[in-house]
Ligand binder design. Structure first.
Ligand code: CDV
Length: 308
């Protein structure tokens, strides 16, 4: 059996005033728990090291830069990489990346069990806006602070499986899963920071937000016969509620583990990679059943064009 014991390390809120070191101390505690539960891969959320700073409007680029990491690992995260290496646990987490060329991305990395970074993904689907929006209950300025990811949706062979990544809003887009599905992905790991309320429609609250998140991940898992692990940063962050709902979904679209709190919490599951084989060889055997001659609009057109 090709088994990966996956941990989803849901994190409670990171306040604006929290240091990277204080956040990493909590990540280390989750890593200790993951070791006790036999994990070989531990997944943390999007922007795991800081608060979800795109909720704040900033004009001073020097201030914006304080939320970004210009190298990984760095002094603050070195203890996490060291302990992961000591335990033989691969890790994946999100952070704001500033490249040597001065580009800014919402990034997630994946290591092997020796703590070497073997994969990097940069968020493709950036939600929100780039200028201050007076119509919203709160800001979501990802389009101001990040560029769309430039690495596509690769998958990596590790722990005898094909593993891919996505970040937050990417989980709502079927294209995310399908591009990885076409590379045979067996496990998709993703982190998210999702406000508990829709900033543009206050009546869309926690229940709807949790439902849409689950709907997206379970359907992506089923339609591509892959494991999906979604990990939240949640709770009251800088006075803004983020939803929880971290979960591990099997290749048939069933939730096999689910977080119960809105704080630091580890959920785990021994994921059998071979569970994805049946779906990939039958109803979702892409090679036999896909009809790409009818899918051209998906890559030739971005928005909706209605017939006259
Ligand atoms: N961090 C995110 O990408 N959040 C979005 C919100 C804005 C909807 C999400 O898809 O969860």
């Amino acid at each position: 059996m090709r088994e990966i014991v996956v941990g989803a390390a849901q994190m409670g809120p990171n306040q604006k005033s929290d240091t990277r070191e204080a956040v990493v101390a909590r990540m280390l505690s989750l890593l200790d728990q993951a070791r006790d539960r036999g994990c070989t891969l531990l997944v943390y959320p999007e922007l795991a090291l800081t608060t979800f700073f795109p909720r704040w409007y900033m004009e001073d680029q020097a201030e914006v830069d304080t939320w970004f990491e210009s190298e990984m690992p760095n002094a603050a995260t070195a203890p996490l990489f060291q302990r992961a290496r000591d335990y033989g646990i691969a890790i994946s987490f999100g952070y704001a990346e500033k490249t040597p060329e001065g580009q800014y991305f919402n990034t997630q990395i994946l290591t092997d069990r020796e703590a070497n970074i073997i994969g990097k993904y940069r968020k493709v689907h950036l939600p929100g806006h780039s200028e201050y929006d007076t119509e919203r209950a709160f800001q979501h300025l990802e389009k101001r602070y990040f560029e769309p990811g430039d690495l596509g949706f690769p998958v990596w062979r590790t722990q005898d499986a094909l593993v891919g990544m996505a970040v937050c809003n990417d989980r709502r887009w079927p294209e995310t899963y399908r591009v990885m599905g076409l590379q045979g992905v067996e496990l998709i790991v993703l982190g998210y920071n999702t406000p508990s309320v829709n900033s543009q429609m206050s009546k869309e609250g926690l229940a709807e937000r949790l439902y849409h998140s689950e709907l997206s991940m379970t359907s992506g898992a089923y339609q591509n016969a892959t494991w999906v692990v979604g990990v939240a940063k949640c709770g009251d962050e800088d006075g803004h509620p983020l939803m929880a709902g971290s979960m591990i979904v099997d290749p048939n679209g069933f939730v096999v583990a689910r977080a119960e709190t809105e704080g630091d919490e580890l959920i785990t599951h021994a994921c059998d990679m071979d569970l994805s084989v049946f779906g990939k060889e039958t109803i979702f055997d892409f090679d036999r059943h896909r009809r790409i001659e009818h899918y051209g609009l998906i890559t030739s057109q971005t928005g909706v064009v209605r017939p006259e």
